[in-house]
Design a protein around this ligand. Sequence first.
Ligand SMILES: Nc1ncnc2c1ncn2[C@@H]1O[C@H](COP(=O)(O)OP(=O)(O)OP(=O)(O)O)[C@@H](O)[C@H]1O
Ligand SMILES: [Mg+2]
Length: 237
Amino acid sequence: MPLIEVTGLHKRYGSRVAVDGVSFTVERGEIFGILGTNGAGKTTTVECLQGLRRADRGAISVLGLDPAADRAALTRRVGVQLQESRLPPKLRVREALELFASFYPDPADVDVLLDQLDLRDHARSYFGKLSGGQKQRVSIALALVGNPELAILDELTTGLDPHARRETWRLVEGVRAAGVTVLLVTHFMDEAERLCDRVAIFDAGRVVATGTPAELRATAGASTLDDAFVSLTRSTL
Ligand SMILES: Nc1ncnc2c1ncn2[C@@H]1O[C@H](COP(=O)(O)OP(=O)(O)OP(=O)(O)O)[C@@H](O)[C@H]1O
Ligand SMILES: [Mg+2]
């Protein structure tokens, strides 16, 4: 059974259709990428997977659970990095990690995570005083602190410098090597090419292509994933 199975997902906000019949599956142990144009429904889809939003139609199974009905059970087994994470500004980095760790039955070692994300020097800093990239690293650490079976990472490396991006890629590869399935939303084609076993490309609420990065390049007759993306989707500008 796939670890994630989404079938015919529909979601609208008022009269605006955000997700218009999305289907895909993610196997256990995969790094699966969701790519897509701005406003294509990627964040809405992953929010439905987490039970943060309720789908209008369609079926979702995550770890064999229905996110709408079993949100509490799912929360203990899924680590989430939201596209916009907000923490109280007066919370210190280590306090935030320890607080989140306390929610889980078998959390990761906070010191190890601080080292892995190069946050050791900021352990006592207020979240509100961190730079954008440092906040981003904290949000990645928070996604991993529960030792999840599935990590959902929405715009993992947005705002990170090239060193931090590479370090984060290595971290994600290490997480996968430890048996965690990863669902990654990204706008970076080099990141998808490097990390993802398979990707789905979203455009205007639909999945327009699914496959390995190499398959998508071949389908589009393109030499790079960037070119394949551009030929498979429509500009939102
Ligand atoms: N809370 C909301 N209320 C109303 N409309 C929303 C809301 N959230 C998203 N939308 C709309 O739904 C559509 C899909 O948005 P979503 O955030 O899922 O896109 P996305 O693929 O994650 O885009 P991006 O690449 O810009 O992050 C967009 O048209 C957006 O304007
Ligand atoms: Mg988004």
